[in-house]
Write a protein that binds this ligand. Sequence first.
Ligand code: ATP
Length: 592
Amino acid sequence: MSKTAASESQFERMEKIVSLAKRRGFIFQSSEIYGGIGGFWDYGPLGAELKRNLRETWWRAMTRDRDDVVGLDATIILHPAVWKASGHVDTFADMMRECTITNKRVRADHVDQQSGSVIRYTGAKAPNGWSNDRQITVLMKQGEHIESFRKRVRLLLTQNAGVAAGKPEEIELVGEERIKVVECSVDFHPETGGLLNEARPFNLMLKTYIGPTATEEDIAYLRPETAQAIFAQFKNVCDSSRVKVPFGIGQIGKAFRNEVTPKNFTFRSREFEQMELEFFIKPDEAVQLIHGSVAVWSEAADLSTPQPNWGWEMWHRYWVTERTAYYARIGLGSEVLDYIWQTKADLAHYARACVDILFKFPFGTEELEGIAARGSFDLTQHQTHSGKQLEYFDEELKTACDKLTNEEKSSFIAAAFEKRFNPATTLEETALFCEKLFKGLYIPHVIEPSAGLDRLALAILSAAFEEELVTDDKGKSETRTVLHFHPRIAPIKVGIFPLLKNKPELVSKAREIVALLRPHMAVFYDETGAIGRRYRRQDEAGTPFGVTIDFETLGEEKPEFKDTVTLRERDSMQQRRIGVTELLPFLLGKIL
Ligand code: ATP
């Protein structure tokens, strides 16, 4: 969901980020030597490290550092029935429109408003005998000259017809008519200006075939999200680990979507990585039965430590707070984030709440992560479709319910019916659900924080990028390009530079320091060029620290400086001397 559009200078900023990303080996177009492939991107040496660090921070924060979350690493291709049960086969579609001249597709909700004159031709023909007898309707944009417009239409026709139409300049446009003037219309393709046809659903799942026969029965899908494998393995995880609701299962992995219009660099790709957590909680009714009441959210609620009497809303708010704190820890503070709470009308029928965490990208404020309270929808679907019991037995609930009298149970059912989430739920269904609760059984509800790793990497690059004017000691000004990555996620943590490469004592000391630090962090050794140039190269790579080994390190002139080095901090560019023995603890303190 987008909140703001980008200004001219923001587009320039984006271009600079894309160019730096390529120049410094963060992100390349996939298969570039063959002209690239739309919506697919590769991560170069620095990008691979950055992504790895981001993945690691998520995994630690969401699984390893917590008692209540475990991990999963499932396959990309699942049984096709999973996607039938989840609703993806039937409904995972974007509405799409096609340009009536070039057949170029665009997502119906991605068509920008355009103004101008609508020009229609009854057809077109070429001296080589080629002709087009269909109506051609194109928007002549405000300010566009009629001659350049006609040239553009001829080009569009050849784009579609290829060599058959001959040379674009020889095409004759027949029966030109100016139909009307339109303001802010969304009926023309944003690039071609050609009239768009009616919107139709376009399923985003990428198909493949399993086995050698490649028939309809062999169709399988590349997963469009990582979440469904978590639901499909819910029972196995419960049976094999000592987890107790509330608990979560986290997963990081590739996802694939045949996006109609991949755009904004890696922001909307066709192959990308997701980092998803399914956090399973007790239904509010179970919390009520165990604790006598359910803690609901208010502005004053303390979300710092989960409590046993929390209802879904407290858990949902808790995860929004946790995720926000996570982003702050890797350098994305509140000044670059925003939130959109979906209204009831926007929510899926089963969802109770959903918030998008947005990042202020140069091209607009756009979704980075969605956090949804999805009720028991997913596990219920898989239970129905697989025929396998996915109910959870809650000992604590059973013990609490064993103490209830029949009258208390009846009045609980009546109250649950009054408070039901879905007005279509019948009294019989409510009674059945409560009877299960009395036996300690329920299908857990779920809170789903779902983030994109590639979008996060792009957000991190965008937030870190700066061009600043710096003046050296001699008063000379120049532009310094710097990536202000938080040390925790920087691809390289420290650059090691012997002052001169032709002084063996300096080089061997520098190599010693590399050997000291390398087991603990990514280190880059550089001995070529002037020291200032070496610093600048690391600034562009976002390396937070630089260590220079100079003659003072050797203690030849000033023995008191023996075994000290110059430590330069990227952001302030300040330099100070630090003992070699202090280096490792200092750097570890910054990157952990
Ligand atoms: P959008 O509205 O931008 O299409 P979505 O709401 O469909 O995204 P979800 O299905 O909620 O996205 O996926 C969770 C996260 O996965 C998103 O917040 C985003 O970070 C990431 N993601 C989804 N689609 C893509 C994509 N095509 N390219 C890169 N990341 C994506």
